[in-house]
Write a protein that binds this ligand. Structure first.
Ligand code: SF4
Ligand code: SF4
Length: 336
């Protein structure tokens, strides 16, 4: 597939060619950088390390209405599904993470809300400067991984190189018309050189061989209590994780009308496993910390064949008490 490029002075025009599409891209929303519908191309933020909130929020919104109902009416009203055509500016780790989340939403029940949004074209943005806590290389990814992407953009300084990877990526470039041009001979080499340099910048590493099989054997190890001693149970590490996918379903009722909603939940919350009887199988942060690591690095591997972590580093960057997943995994390896 032929590579194209869009010069930065034409990038707003390029986005304008997608105006008929429901386009999401990174934008500042309040204090955080997250994917939001594009209404003003000037607000799109691609000069970033990565978004605070991963693009999972587009495919699996933090809160969504599954259906509405009213007393006296046996019909339920389902909201329109879909609403996403293109998600642009996705870092390669987050695109890989979404493929991991696909395993869950297509497993015992093919979730129609999620699947409809997953039809969107995913446009990636290679990392030229990975963040200090990225460890994607240890988990099979990389700053220019193409897994889960339809098109990969690389920032060449004065232009973005556009590498189509699927038919959907080709179609997007066809829409872009004359705002894009054929890439020059040296553009691919320049991009590859940037990708290589980015790999060199990733210094954090984890060793995962044997962890999935042996991790449950560390059930009573002191490292869970030691880690949990400083944990606040805030749930940030799970809410901002691109692979975490736990949710709760609740009814919101007002008068004779109501709606059934799905919203993100977190295994780091005490209520997550609280039974109606009052019993809680994970009563303290020790058990909840142990579960978070076991779920990502053992249970998910045994069920779906891959870890539920892509090494994006968000859980380390945003943990208010500096709990460090790479350090936990180092201790796990040591204990094994
Ligand atoms: S566990 Fe941490 S490093 Fe791994 S994908 Fe989730 S947020 Fe990123
Ligand atoms: S972000 Fe840190 S403090 Fe908050 S629940 Fe996760 S590990 Fe605990």
């Amino acid at each position: 597939m032929d590579m194209k490029k869009v010069r930065k002075e034409k990038f707003a025009d390029f986005l304008a060619t997608l105006a008929e599409q429901k386009l999401y891209a990174p934008q500042k929303v309040g204090e955080s950088l997250r994917f939001a519908p594009v209404t003003d191309s000037g607000k799109v933020e691609l000069e970033m390390s990565n978004t605070t909130v991963p693009p999972k929020s587009v495919f699996f919104p933090q809160t969504e209405t599954l259906y509405r109902y009213e007393v006296g009416n046996t019909e339920i009203q389902q909201p329109a599904m879909g609403g996403v055509d293109i998600v642009l500016g996705v870092r390669p780790c987050d695109a890989r993470a979404q493929v991991i989340v696909d395993s869950l939403f297509g497993w015992d029940y093919n979730d129609p809300y999620y699947q409809e949004r997953r039809k969107a074209t995913v446009v990636g943005l290679a990392c030229n400067k990975p963040c200090v806590n990225c460890f994607c290389l240890s988990l099979g990814g990389g700053p220019a991984s193409t897994v889960g992407l339809d098109l990969l953009m690389t920032d060449l300084g004065d232009a973005y190189l556009l590498q189509p990877l699927t038919e959907k990526g080709e179609k997007l470039l066809a829409l872009a018309g004359e705002t894009v041009e054929t890439a020059a001979a040296g553009d691919r080499e320049a991009a590859e050189s940037l990708h290589g340099q980015a790999e060199q910048m990733i210094t954090r590493k984890v060793e995962t061989a044997g962890v999935a099989e042996k991790l449950p054997g560390l059930w009573e190890h002191s490292l869970w209590q030691e880690t949990a001693n400083s944990c606040l149970g805030c749930g940030i590490c799970t809410f901002l994780c691109p692979t975490c996918h736990c949710f709760d379903i609740q009814d919101e009722v007002e008068g004779l009308e109501g709606r059934r909603c799905r919203m993100w939940d977190s295994c780091m919350f005490k209520e997550y496993t609280l039974h109606a009887s009052g019993h809680n199988p994970r009563p303290t942060r020790r058990e909840r910390t142990r579960n978070r690591i076991n779920h990502k690095y053992s249970y998910f591997v045994q069920k779906f064949g891959h870890t539920a972590c892509v090494g994006c580093g968000r859980c380390i960057n945003y943990c208010p008490v500096n709990i460090d997943l790479v350090e936990i995994l180092r201790q796990v390896k040591e204990a094994l």
